[in-house]
Design a protein around this ligand. Structure first.
Ligand SMILES: *Cc1c(COP(=O)(O)O)cnc(C)c1O
Length: 462
């Protein structure tokens, strides 16, 4: 399997290269040259398998020669061994034809663990083979940073530095980043906001001397390896509900479009999915795009579902590339317009494709809070605010076909909003109940590129 860029001019890469590279040199995102096809029999034969076995079957056609079967199975086993649920991604029922896919049983209680844990194992295995070391630097508004630190801590060929805005993440999120004791992971609290952290990260990638000196690598949500790992639970949950003999639909709380794009990939591979519903909070650029055919940036208004507070949705470019019949030049032009003018209009043909492929809806803050309280009354489930956005939007699409809404985080990760909505302050699961007692280790740093770079140079293992 070979990987091409959505902007058409970057080198064609193998799976290993695409995973290690992240963003393509032409500014595009890597996608597989074609989608492997699974027959109804292939899908039917997944019934009753473990999550790990389904993961192996689903991802195997994408990884080419990067790992032997034996090696790949063992990386998958290690990735999910630390999850707090034997099913890894269990389904619970909310209503007669509405199911919740709990993706929050990983070490940091959010769905990002599914991809990050696996990419940690895959990168370490590839690096150990080549004898190379890399420095991963990430910027986070909360969930990505802790998931990366948990995934890479203690791995011998990787140093991890996570920039987060000082004083602007929740206490649980901060503690998850400041309490891992391993010497190769470093939490940097930047005196600035999330945009400052992201800008510093971008500047580091554009500083080619620094980039080469520290062997800089990224694990943000545009990394193809992360998207791939997320395809698996679309299969595992659909098969549990009777696929391929019965169709299912999915509603996905969406920010950067990574998780919903993984659902699209599953559908392209042959999984019988009726609807893929994009659920946004009040920062609804994706919903507006699908309603109007025009993508227009607006400011970000902070919400109670902060992991979906985005101005630009980076993985949308992958869907756009397919909508434009995989024309890299047209995709590049649209992205340039978005960057320079803050807006672009999707051509009629591409818009028809997107309307056929995705549905969408948005939930206001009030609706999100009401959904958390309401679901507790109706079925006893306590939802995190992101999952509640999904459940609210899914209501408009319930019908004959079973609907699976993705629960992207554990309610205990967002205790203030959940308590406000339900009167219940959700406790952390017992396996991490001591989070508030663990020692914190964090370096406060000025919002200043040379200062941040100096810390990275000094702290990384040579
Ligand atoms: C990252 C995140 C999302 C959004 O996922 P995307 O793949 O960026 O669309 C939703 N909910 C939670 C809890 C997250 O951490």
């Amino acid at each position: 399997m070979r990987y091409i860029s959505t902007r058409g001019t970057a080198p064609v890469l193998t799976f290993e290269e695409a995973m290690m590279t992240g963003l393509a040199r032409d500014g595009g995102l890597y996608v597989p040259e074609s989608f492997p096809q699974f027959s109804a029999d292939d899908i039917a034969s997944m019934a009753g398998l473990t999550y790990e076995d389904i993961a192996f079957r689903v991802m195997k056609p994408f990884i080419g020669e990067t790992f032997t079967d034996q090696e790949f199975k063992s990386l998958i086993a290690k990735a999910y061994a630390g999850f707090g649920h034997a099913a890894r991604a269990p389904l619970v029922q909310l209503a007669p034809n509405h199911f919740l896919l709990e993706l929050f049983h990983g070490p940091t209680l959010a769905f990002k663990d599914f991809a990050m844990q696996l990419i940690g194992q895959m990168m370490q295995a590839a690096l150990a083979r080549s004898g190379k070391r890399i420095t991963i630097v990430g910027a986070t508004s909360g969930d990505t940073g802790s998931a990366a630190m948990e995934a890479f801590r203690g791995l011998s060929n990787v140093d991890v530095f996570i920039l987060f805005p000082h004083g602007r993440v929740s206490e649980v999120q901060r503690r998850q980043m400041t309490t891992p004791a391993d010497a190769n992971v470093h939490a940097l609290a930047v005196d600035g906001d999330f945009d400052d952290c992201q800008a510093a990260l971008k500047d580091m990638f554009n500083d080619f001397d620094f980039r080469d000196e520290v062997h800089l690598a990224g694990v943000n949500s545009i990394n193809w390896g992360r998207v791939l790992a997320q395809v698996v639970y679309f299969f595992s949950s659909a098969v549990s509900l009777g696929a391929p003999h019965r169709k299912v639909s999915f509603t996905v709380p969406t920010g950067n479009f990574g998780d919903i794009f993984a659902g699209y990939v599953a559908k392209k591979m042959g999984l019988p999915i009726e609807r893929l519903v994009v659920a946004t909070n009040q920062n609804d650029i994706l919903h507006r795009t699908l309603e109007t055919g025009v993508q227009q940036k607006q400011g970000v208004t902070p919400s109670i579902s902060p992991s979906m507070d985005i101005q630009v949705s980076s993985n949308f470019e992958r869907a756009l590339f397919d909508a434009y019949g995989r024309d890299g030049a047209v995709t590049a032009q649209a992205m340039a317009d978005l960057k320079d003018k803050g807006v672009f209009t999707i051509s009629q043909g591409a818009y028809d494709f997107l309307k056929d492929t995705f549905n969408s809806g948005r939930a206001s803050e009030e609706e999100t809070l009401a959904t958390i309280g309401g679901q507790l009354d109706i079925c006893g489930e306590l939802l995190c605010p992101h999952s509640a956005v999904g459940v609210k939007v899914a209501q408009d699409f319930l019908g004959e076909t079973p609907m699976i809404t993705l629960a992207t985080a554990h309610p205990a990760k967002f205790p203030d909003a959940v308590e406000q909505a339900s009167g219940i302050r959700p406790p952390l699961p017992p396996r991490m109940a001591d989070l508030y007692d663990r020692d914190e280790r964090v370096t406060r740093v000025a919002n200043d590129l040379p200062a941040i770079q100096a810390i990275i140079r000094e702290r990384r293992a040579q």
